[in-house]
Design a protein around this ligand. Structure first.
Ligand code: GDP
Ligand code: MG
Length: 163
């Protein structure tokens, strides 16, 4: 069966845009409003001939509870536990927010390898956010633009050893 890659991150960082970029437009719903991806969506992704099962998660999009476990839906935990690698997406234009740190802390407690994607990095507007994301503890981030398709070659190189 195909290796599994899960996309993780707080609302509005571009997870569904990344999913659509790798899988195709019809499967994941993308919307400006946080919380639009209500359910976990999966599809077969292709990146320069490398095939894997991609999971778009929305488990951090419930903010009705004050604690991370309260916000974390079981499907997101299951998606990361069942994945060969997690793509942790941050918004390099917005910079880091406390929820990014919480998600990072939680991901460090799992056994799943993490690749850090600093999305929305097209142009220069994301430069300081890309640099700031080093502090999350997952090594060098991939400067990325899901919208413009930038960073795909670096993502390929980072994914390859895990798949
Ligand atoms: P999700 O909530 O993490 O799934 O985020 P979405 O994929 O729904 O995207 C949230 C918003 O960010 C949408 O308005 C997207 O068009 C926008 N977005 C996604 N990727 C990029 C990117 O690479 N650059 C910029 N500038 N905007 C992006
Ligand atoms: Mg989404």
């Amino acid at each position: 069966s195909l290796p599994v890659v899960a996309i993780i991150g707080r609302p509005n960082v571009g997870k569904s845009t990344l999913f659509n970029r790798l899988v195709g437009k019809k499967v994941a719903l993308v919307d400006d409003r946080p919380g639009v991806t209500r359910d976990r969506r999966e599809g077969d992704a292709n990146l320069s001939g490398m095939n894997f099962r991609l999971v778009d998660t929305a488990g951090f999009e419930e903010d009705d509870a004050a604690t991370l476990p309260g916000r974390m839906r079981a499907q997101t935990q299951a998606a990361v536990a069942g994945a060969d690698v997690a793509l942790f997406v941050i918004d390099s234009r917005a910079g880091l927010v406390p929820l990014d740190q919480e998600i990072a802390r939680w991901l460090r407690g799992t056994n799943t390898p993490v690749i850090l994607i600093a999305n929305k990095a097209e142009g220069r507007a994301g430069d300081s956010g890309v640099y700031e994301s080093f502090s999350l503890g997952f090594g060098e981030p991939i400067p990325f633009s899901a919208e413009h398709g930038e960073g795909l070659a670096d993502l390929f190189d980072e994914l390859m050893p895990h798949l």
